[in-house]
Design a protein around this ligand. Structure first.
Ligand SMILES: [Zn+2]
Length: 370
């Protein structure tokens, strides 16, 4: 049944009830009859208001239809393995920006002119920056401004950033995932479907759902696709170093890096790992509760991110910003040309996104009651 059918059914139901009320009260005298009718009509209206409020509180989680296309496009041969600084990753960033725009987000990248710098408006989808790339160590990059004695070239990179403005614009939750991968090596394309087209497709699907709900979140939601994670967490490092004046307070960073794979020992495909700071007991409680409420709960592997640098969360957690980093396990295809779309576990990814969506909602909702 679609929404309009639902509405007309409930209208019909209401008129029938109102008619019955009028019949019943027909024998009563003037004032008393009016009072009874008013009370009964209020009883008809109030439950509707309550259910509307309840509806407002829920954001539908993404299903596979919502992330299939992005996963397919980002892990396609045309993206050439999305190596940072190369053509494929530029194409991927263009695609991500176009999806953010299509999904109704506002751009949250660089300010577009000196004049707008003062006004704090008009931004691009991209946060552009440069990094040094080392010929002899093709897996590493350093942000420019770092002194080095080694010969290095400069690569142009960009993070992609979109925002849904919240009621309280002084607070932010970031939902991020890196979009780069390993490129083409020895003639072989590293497609990076699980690592990390999955995280980016998940991030875009969450953005689409929150945007389409039309509900203003309690704080800003910033959706981020980080560049050059594989070269040493370069994009997220740059973002943190910028201390953007529009970013006063980051309450939480949700990071998704590889959410569509299974470790070989995870034979039932039920393991999800979530890393947090040790002091974030509240976030672990939220994750456990959200997981328990599922019909088929995951086996949660909760771990402490201190001392780990495995993904973009580290640039935030080392500065004391709370993080939740979601990961589905190292598959046999990790960092091989076999990390392809057909080997991703779409039902698992869908269920992880439900969990992420629940956690995001719970954290955002807790702001309402503060
Ligand atoms: Zn990765």
């Amino acid at each position: 049944m679609d929404k309009s059918e639902n509405n007309s059914a409930s209208l019909l139901q209401k008129s029938i009830i109102t008619f019955r009320v009028t019949m019943l009260t027909g024998s009563l005298t003037g004032k008393l009859r009016t009072k009874i009718i008013i009370v009964l009509l209020l009883l008809l209206i109030i439950p509707d208001q309550i259910s509307a409020q309840k509806k407002q509180k829920q954001i539908a989680p993404p299903v596979s239809d919502d992330f299939y296309e992005s996963l397919l496009v980002l892990s396609s041969p045309q993206m050439e393995g999305r190596e940072a600084g190369k053509r494929g990753s530029m194409m991927a960033s263009d695609y991500i920006a176009s999806k953010m725009k299509f999904n109704g987000l506002q751009p949250f990248g660089d300010l577009t002119s000196e004049q707008s710098r003062k006004k704090q408006e008009r931004r691009s989808w991209f946060q552009n920056f440069k990094a040094l790339t080392f010929r002899d160590y093709r897996d590493s990059m350093l942000l420019t401004g770092v002194t080095t004695t080694t010969r290095a070239d400069t690569a142009s990179l960009r993070n992609v950033l979109g925002i849904i403005n919240g009621k309280d614009r002084s607070k932010n939750i970031i939902i991020g995932a890196h979009y780069d991968h390993l490129g083409i090596r020895d003639g072989k394309t590293f497609f990076g479907a699980d690592d990390n087209a999955s995280g980016v497709a998940g991030m875009l699907a969450l953005a689409a759902k929150w945007s389409a709900s039309g509900i203003k979140p309690p704080c800003n939601l910033i959706f981020a696709a980080w560049a050059a994670e594989e070269k040493g967490l370069i994009g997220s490092s740059y973002f943190v170093q910028q201390k953007d004046p529009g970013l006063n307070k980051i309450l939480l960073v949700i990071n998704m890096d590889m959410i569509a794979g299974n470790a070989p020992e995870d034979t039932l495909h039920r393991t999800v790992s979530i890393g947090t700071l040790p002091e974030s007991a509240n976030l672990r409680r939220i994750a456990i509760k959200a997981n328990r409420s599922r019909s088929e709960p995951f086996e949660l592997d909760l771990w402490d991110v201190v001392g780990h640098w495995g993904s973009d969360y580290a640039c935030f957690s080392t500065t004391g910003i709370p993080v939740m980093t979601f990961f589905s396990g190292f598959s046999d295809y990790y960092h091989t040309p076999d990390d392809t779309m057909d080997r991703t576990d779409l039902p698992k990814m869908e269920n992880i996104l439900k969990l992420v969506n629940d956690c995001l909602f719970q954290v955002a909702d807790s702001l309402r009651t503060r």
